[in-house]
Design a binder for this molecule. Structure first.
Ligand SMILES: [Zn+2]
Length: 442
């Protein structure tokens, strides 16, 4: 139900959409392969291990990681036959697994390492804002990460080296947040491998950062993911941003911060935003906070909704007085398991699906704004069931769109669970039985 606040995309698509709801529904993501018996299992140098065990007891598998890194040099995901290669990465004194660059779409739909591959919406003459290939994922943001001191105010594109590349499209912080969330496997909820703690999100995000670049810079060098709080741990926020935001000659550098919003408090002259697990608050002016709420109305309208969380990706810089300030930020709503949701009603639906024991994928649109996506997909059904939450009744355009979507699903035989807000929620069937799920490896 969401659209990106990408101004260019809005300009391009909104007027037509308002006048005339699309008579030809846009393509939906292809039905992905079904779960293989090896879903949730990985192979490290001939040892089959449950992915969940790797996450909960990483220290127990150091020797297996070491062996696999030596030979063959990578791990395997057993979600498909043949298995898919996995990158083994070492960061912050831990081993992590990540999908092979450009291979995310080949993992099973119910696999943590699965990521969708959207066709580039750009014209042949313009390079897409997000590309994903064997070299990794490249993102071109509209905002600059580095700019000359003399151009600190305005004229960002002129001072952003990568924006000078001819005809490169640019995207938003929210698109980067969605892409990162998907590559970290956080747009997928699996009953056997839930991610309902920030520590789990942090580890998955760190694993996903390794082969991503933003505006030509390695993402792990410009983004700080708030680490889970440990008593006595060094202040990583200050260390990261002291190093990152230090001006280099005549250029000003900015840095990205990703964390979960804890609370927002009004102060005399602005707002103080506290992230979970982090002592230092972020300071917003009143104008910045208003802009953030305007750009993400559902995120802030749903604030405090039971079981919802808010994730923030902020672009920080150092003021001329040396204070770390927010330049701009994007926010995303999730349910308690960090599964993204576009409204508080979707949070309710996600929780009902979880209660029914279902595997859930949340499609996120970091590219291809004009496509139609279901609100959720249940990849544990064959074919996968789509879930729709219809929230706004009465508006003609919305009603037409809703009926067009229903016709589209019906014509293609796609099973749908639909809930129109304000009516009795539908009964959610339980998880289909999968043979041999709980037997076997570690
Ligand atoms: Zn897989």
């Amino acid at each position: 139900m969401s659209t990106y606040p990408t101004r260019a995309a809005r300009r391009r698509t909104a007027p037509a959409a308002r006048k005339q709801p699309s008579s030809r529904p846009a393509p939906l993501p292809a039905a992905a392969p079904n779960e293989a018996p090896g879903l949730g299992l990985v192979d490290l140098a001939g040892i089959t291990v449950r992915l969940r065990s790797l996450r909960t007891r990483p220290g127990a598998f150091t020797a297996a990681f070491d062996a696999a890194r030596t030979r063959p040099g990578y791990g395997h995901c057993l979600c498909t036959d043949p298995p898919r290669k996995l990158v083994i990465r070492r960061a912050q004194h831990r081993f992590y697994l990540a999908s092979w660059p450009g291979d995310g779409a080949n993992h099973a739909a119910g696999c943590t390492f699965h990521s969708s591959q959207h066709p580039s919406p750009g014209s042949p003459s313009s390079k897409p804002a997000i590309s994903d290939n064997a070299q990794g994922a490249r993102v071109h943001l509209r905002v600059a990460l580095e700019l000359r001191t003399s151009q600190r105010v305005g004229h960002e594109a002129a001072s952003n080296p990568s924006s000078r590349a001819a005809g490169t499209s640019r995207t938003t912080l929210l698109a980067l947040l969605h892409l990162l969330w998907e590559r970290a496997g956080l747009t997928l909820y699996q009953p056997h491998d839930p991610h309902n703690r920030w520590s789990s999100c942090h580890d998955r995000l760190i694993a996903a950062l390794g082969d991503m670049t933003v505006n030509g810079r390695r993402l792990d060098q410009v983004l700080h993911v708030v680490p889970p709080y440990r008593p006595g741990a060094p202040d990583s926020f200050t260390a990261f941003f002291r190093a990152r935001l230090t001006a280099q000659g005549s250029s000003v550098r900015r840095g990205l911060l990703l964390g979960e919003v804890k609370e927002i408090a009004a102060t005399g002259h602005g707002h103080r935003l506290h992230l979970r697990h982090q002592g230092q608050p972020l300071l917003f002016t009143n104008a910045q906070m208003s802009a953030l709420r305007r750009s993400h109305p559902t995120v802030f309208a749903a604030a405090g909704a039971p079981g919802s969380r808010r994730i923030m990706l902020a672009l920080l810089e150092r003021s001329v007085r040396g204070v770390v300030t927010v330049h701009t930020a994007a926010a995303m709503l999730t349910n308690h398991t960090y599964l993204p949701a576009d409204s508080s009603y979707e949070v309710v639906m996600a929780d009902r699906l979880i209660a029914a024991g279902r595997t859930i994928r949340k499609p996120v649109r970091y590219q291809g704004e004009e496509e139609v996506f279901p609100d959720f997909v249940l990849p544990d059904d064959d074919p996968p069931t789509y879930v729709e939450v219809f929230g706004v009744r009465g508006r003609e355009r919305y009603e037409q769109r809703k009926h067009a979507k229903k016709r589209y699903y019906l014509a293609r035989g796609i099973p749908v669970i639909a809930w129109t807000v304000g009516t009795e929620p539908p009964l959610i069937p339980g998880r289909p039985a999968l043979p041999g799920k709980e037997s076997g490896p570690l």
